[in-house]
Ligand binder design. Structure first.
Ligand SMILES: Cc1cc2nc3c(=O)[nH]c(=O)nc-3n(C[C@H](O)[C@H](O)[C@H](O)COP(=O)(O)OP(=O)(O)OC[C@H]3O[C@@H](n4cnc5c(N)ncnc54)[C@H](O)[C@@H]3O)c2cc1C
Length: 410
């Protein structure tokens, strides 16, 4: 059995960032990463954007060049999955039956795409988007696709729909709720994106209920809606969220459920075991201290830094301000803060100009911004979110006054 000072499970954003941050913080012990995918760590966001569209290759989405990991003495076990954790003995069992020992364990496994339970969900041509292999499969079927149905109007589904529309496919987006992006943004942003997609020829259906997928010779040929309507298609993309990949840790006794519970130092309830990224259920100061999982590169990177600092004797608590982006067509959305629980949404600028922001308030304090082609607002609004600034809505709404010039009373 090999043994390392630090074993990182998951060679994605959080895992890579943890290894990088450990070395940057002068950690000199042995480090190994165990990752289920065969690739060296790569950026996941382009999978529904520039990688899917073919604008960026795998080489151009690698988090670090291939030589980096060896130069930093970081051992890679790729294409291997951890299936069990023995937290008393401090060792892991891999899917090939081998075992790996650890002094400290960093769990950075993200999640697997939530799947539809309806009949036909596993037909060929029905895709989820989480890995490079998923994106390659979708790209490989583009030429044979005229009509595509995207199930789920969240960021991943809408980004994939935008790429498909740009390729001239007939695209239908099916959203179960009464607006797209309902879980992450205010209604004005949803309405704006619905209109943008429709302007690009996408058929956006709200409150749509999928009954099943119909197949022919093992391949999907249509999506049937609950009202009986058939949507003929050659490709289906299902983007309905993820299930955090925490089974081995929970089976080992870690607290959690929808993710593994961590404290402000990203420690789980198991000794010497940390969790970071999409799978970490943490209490977030920007969500009124409620326990959430954040699915963002920012969260994975910042939690990785928290763990690396803790393991190198310079601990900090996780208090990073959340931020996120989404590219659809020629629209760059940048968000800062979390709009969950807002009681006011102030528009700043005119959506018709395709450059505007929405500023979210709770109890009079700025808690988040969604900025569409409005990078200045995004950059300047950050401080307002961090400070929980109280600014009159009329003032916030005036695009002639830069956000950085607004008087702040926290
Ligand atoms: C299509 C898409 C678009 C996105 N767009 C954006 C965006 O625009 N902006 C943004 O901020 N975020 C975006 N995200 C989210 C972002 O990619 C994630 O938040 C980020 O990757 C989380 O990092 P992570 O390390 O927690 O998980 P991941 O990056 O998913 O890495 C987890 C790794 O662990 C592996 N693994 C799982 N279980 C095991 C196991 N038992 N043993 C070994 N390995 C295991 C997985 O195979 C995976 O490689 C997007 C995600 C997707 C899928």
């Amino acid at each position: 059995m090999s043994r390392y000072e630090v074993v990182i499970v998951g060679a994605g954003h959080g895992g890579a960032a943890a290894a990088i941050a450990l070395r940057q913080n002068k950690f000199e012990g042995t480090i190994a990463m165990i990752g289920a995918e065969p690739e060296l760590p790569y950026e996941r966001p382009p999978l529904s954007k520039e990688y899917f569209s073919g604008e960026r290759s795998l080489e151009r989405i690698l988090i670090r060049p291939p030589a980096f990991w060896g130069e930093r003495d970081i051992t890679m076990h790729l294409g291997q999955r951890v299936i069990a954790v023995d937290s008393d003995a401090h060792w892991l069992t891999l899917d090939d039956g081998s075992t790996v020992g650890y002094r400290h364990l960093i769990w950075a496994t993200g999640g697997s795409p939530r799947r539809l339970a309806c009949s036909g969900h596993n037909l060929a041509g029905v895709h989820t988007v989480r890995t490079r292999a998923d994106a390659d499969r979708m790209r490989g079927e583009l030429d044979a696709t005229t009509r595509a149905v995207v199930i789920g109007g969240g960021y991943v589904g809408l980004e994939a729909a935008a790429v498909l529309a740009k390729f001239g496919k007939q695209v239908t987006v099916l959203e179960a709720l009464d607006r797209v992006l309902a879980r992450v943004a205010g209604a004005p942003l949803s309405r704006f994106y619905e209109a943008e997609h429709r302007a690009h020829g996408v058929d956006v259906r709200l409150e749509a209920k999928v009954d099943c997928m119909e197949g022919k010779h093992g391949r999907v040929c249509a999506v049937r809606l609950a009202d009986g309507e058939m949507l003929p298609c050659e490709m289906v993309i299902v983007g309905i969220g993820i299930v955090p990949a925490v089974e081995p840790l929970i089976a080992a006794g870690a607290e959690g459920g929808n993710g593994v519970a961590v404290d402000a130092h990203c420690r789980t309830s198991l000794p010497d075991v940390f969790a970071i990224g999409d799978c970490a259920l943490h209490s977030n100061v920007f969500a009124d201290n409620t326990r959430i999982r954040l699915e963002s590169v920012q969260n994975a990177n910042d939690q990785a830094t928290v763990v690396a600092r803790g393991l190198t004797g310079n601990p900090i608590e996780y208090r990073a301000v959340p931020w996120f982006w989404s590219n659809q067509y020629d629209l760059r959305l940048q968000t800062v803060g979390l709009s969950i629980g807002h009681d006011q949404c102030v528009p700043r600028g005119d959506p018709a100009t395709r450059s505007f922001s929405l500023i979210y308030l709770r109890d009079g304090k700025v808690i988040a911004l969604d900025c569409v082609n409005a990078t200045k607002d995004y950059v300047q609004g950050r401080a307002l979110v961090i400070d929980g600034a109280r600014i009159a809505p009329e003032q916030l709404a005036d695009p002639a006054t830069p956000l950085k010039e607004m008087a702040v009373s926290a």
